[in-house]
Design a protein around this ligand. Structure first.
Ligand code: SAM
Length: 212
């Protein structure tokens, strides 16, 4: 994603700390208390400009959503979108996913979404891929016993890499969809990247994986 410096982003984040939480580590193990209910918690990693999480939180008021996005300039856009839909079951963390276990306790999360994660195609950047085994270890730790990872991408190389990485780690693949939009899925909520790639007639891949 091309990142532009947005002078208003810092101010927006400062003014909206109820939505883009600073010091989120204090809620580790306490997220249900934070949301004041026992609803499942779904986590999107690399939320970008927030189209997916804003729509999901509007559509599913009985699920709590947390989005992690490390780029200030785009998380502010996501914050604005959430304000526009008026959802109260969603918060954002301006953090890096490599720190996940600082923010979430063992088995605290029910679903992890990896939407159009940066593919990092060069071998020397493998460790940055969000399906590299160090990330999978953190996902395994924070996911509930029946928890799942749902991954969508346009990038065939990243998709194949992720299928292998997930399987080798010990996740069970419960769906491998090689052309998500070949058939209509009324439950599919599109991300910004998904819309962009679909408009260019690029194929979208999806898989679901569960802890064994
Ligand atoms: N999910 C959005 C979509 O589908 O439209 C955005 C996709 S964009 C290609 C990937 C996003 O993930 C970027 O906004 C990037 O800053 C974020 N990202 C990449 N690595 C991350 C990490 N380790 N922690 C948090 N965010 C990350």
């Amino acid at each position: 994603m091309r990142l532009r410096y947005k002078p208003w982003a810092d101010e927006f984040i400062k003014q909206n700390q109820h939505l883009i939480l600073p010091n989120a580590e204090v809620y580790k193990g306490q997220w249900n208390a934070f949301f004041n209910n026992n609803h499942p918690i779904h986590l999107e990693i690399g939320t970008g400009k927030g189209q997916f999480i804003a729509e999901m939180s509007r559509k599913y008021s009985d699920i709590n959503f947390i989005g992690i996005e490390r780029a200030k300039s785009v998380i502010a856009d996501a914050g604005e979108k959430i304000q526009d839909v008026g959802a109260t079951n969603v918060v954002l963390l301006n953090e890096d996913a490599s720190e996940l276990t600082h923010f979430f306790a063992t088995q605290e999360i029910d679903v992890i979404y990896l939407n159009f994660s940066d593919p990092w195609p060069k071998n020397r950047h493998e460790k940055r891929r969000l399906t590299y085994h160090t990330f999978l270890r953190a996902y395994q730790d924070i996911l509930s016993p029946r928890g799942e990872i749902i991954l969508k991408t346009d990038n065939q190389g990243f998709f194949e890499y992720s299928l292998v990485s997930l399987s080798q780690f010990g996740f069970v693949l419960t769906e491998v969809n090689l052309d998500l939009h070949a058939t209509a899925d009324p439950d599919n909520v599109m991300t910004e990247y998904e819309e962009k790639f679909l408009a260019k007639k690029q194929r979208i891949y999806r898989c679901r994986a569960q802890i064994k």
